[in-house]
Design a protein around this ligand. Structure first.
Ligand code: RB5
Length: 146
């Protein structure tokens, strides 16, 4: 699986921790930055990560900012993206099983590394359930054209 990951300056350390957890899986990781403490704008990072997901260059994406809020909202503005902001393992599982989330968001200033790692593991190992959930996904995605 190919995963593109990116963060703003509020989650650079969390990004490194998430990459360590991703290395437990058979994944090819592309990191689009940022790499330092200098302030950057989270919509630019969301755009880079989500471009890979939409084009198929990545199977899924992970976006991180201080709270996870701004970058998840930005990601969900992009057609084809279903970005789930998760701060607990159950939501991370459900975001895959029910919502077929193709992008995971978390906040570097609100999450410990341990819980974030468990969220990533749950998100990586949970498959979309399909069935009645596919009908809801179809309706959700149709909202993009209304
Ligand atoms: C950046 O200071 C901060 O606003 C950003 O990381 C994020 O928390 C926005 O939602």
């Amino acid at each position: 699986m190919k995963i593109t990951i990116g963060s703003d300056h509020g989650a650079v350390e969390l990004k490194e921790e998430v990459k360590k957890v991703l290395a437990e899986f058979d994944v090819e990781i592309k990191d689009v930055g940022t790499f330092g403490k200098e302030s950057v704008d989270y919509p630019d990072i969301a755009e880079k990560v989500c471009a890979d997901v939409v084009s198929g260059a990545a199977d899924r994406g992970i976006v991180l900012c201080g709270t996870g809020l701004g970058i998840s909202i930005a990601a969900n503005k992009i057609k084809g993206i279903r970005c789930a902001l998760c701060s607990d393992v159950y939501s991370a599982k459900m975001s895959r099983e029910h919502n077929n989330a193709n992008v995971l968001a978390m906040g570097g200033r609100v999450m410990g590394f341990g819980p974030a790692g468990e969220i990533v593991r749950a998100w990586m190992t949970t498959e979309f359930a399909g069935g009645r959930h596919q009908r809801r996904i179809d309706k959700m995605m149709a909202l993009e054209s209304k």
